[in-house]
Design a protein around this ligand. Sequence first.
Ligand code: GAL
Length: 427
Amino acid sequence: MKKFRLLFAVLFVFSVFLTACNSNNESSGTGDNGKETSSKLEIFSWWTGAGEEDGLLALIDLFEKKYPEIEVENAAVAGGAGTNAKAVLASRMQGDDPPSTFQVHGGEELNASWVAAGKMEPLNDLYEKEGWNDKFPQDLIDMVSVDGNIYSVPVNIHRSNVLWYNKKIFEENGLSVPTTFDEFFDVAEQLKEKGITPLALGDKEPWTATHVFENILLAKLGPENYGKLWTGELSFTDNRVVEAAEIFKEMLNYINDDHSSRNWQDASQLVANGEAAMNIMGDWAKGYFVNDLQLKVNEDFGYVPSPETDGYFMVVTDTFGLPKGVKNPDDVKKFLSVLGSVEGQDVFNPLKGSIPARIDADKSKYDEYGQDAMADFSSSTLAPSLAHGSAAPEGFLTRVNQAINIFVTQKDVDQFIDALETAAQDL
Ligand code: GAL
């Protein structure tokens, strides 16, 4: 008998211990519907480290001040443009183990991958409740909608077609910043002769090369024909696509030798240090220059649209939604409400380098670059980015990234065009 009592006592103490451990890991709160929720709010993204995480941390901070009872887990997976995060996300979604909410680009990355698979909850009620339907540009709402249902909330608008340059290098060498490809090659040749790397590239993760190439495609095709590539209305064998590939090939004569061992930050750093004159990157690079490297906009570095894309705005929008089957949908909606609020967007975007997705954000919170990007967004023709998931489904993008990776080393235009054309058969 004594033995049994002892056993029960041990089991009781053990179960109290387990419960305590469990409640250390999980927060509990009361949902909108009065039900207990008992899970962490897991925010999944690829925003870790230099130039990437400052905006996210500020947003989480704001959320925690508003909802101290909800425990947040920052579940970011490192790797630019979601190189690793997208694979982790796919296996979790397939295993019915979604994060509470996750970073996803508006357009095909959201719609073809997750909405089509029935993995997302519509958020029309939240948009209605928050009065968001006329607070986000219709173009953005369209990018996150399927058949009248809205599936995510945009936190920002990044511009992908930006050429960043080191001001000192251009001034000291009496050079003008190129706006056309002819000017680009002219300047590049002069820089090369002086022993300065004209263009920084860091294609350790191949999306950065796709990123440059898509901006050449936009320049040569214009937004309308660029858009036709993803619907199969325009073939990749079109002369203008071939010309874009030739231009990209020529550009590769002017990049840093160690491009394949650098990521986007390492490549941007070459421009910051004065080891390279220019790079073509999205405006998350501005977040990196300013927050991490303490550079000053229009003093240390300048920016222009990438060659021949003035008047066009290659859109990259990061959005967050509500996956089906999460334990804490009410907490997720609270997070989305903060992320979609003016206050949320204005703590996140000045640090991230992007402009707010909302049309009524406080413009005075943004630096000169941000103000210019806002003006350009409203006056430009928009185009969805391929490298950042909006233009075409993920499977196609993966094949383009593979093709471009081979192209950067082999520089074989015919082979590259063939690979694109073959990949396009699945579009
Ligand atoms: C993009 C993303 C940006 C930025 C960039 C580099 O795909 O939309 O927010 O993080 O990748 O990682």
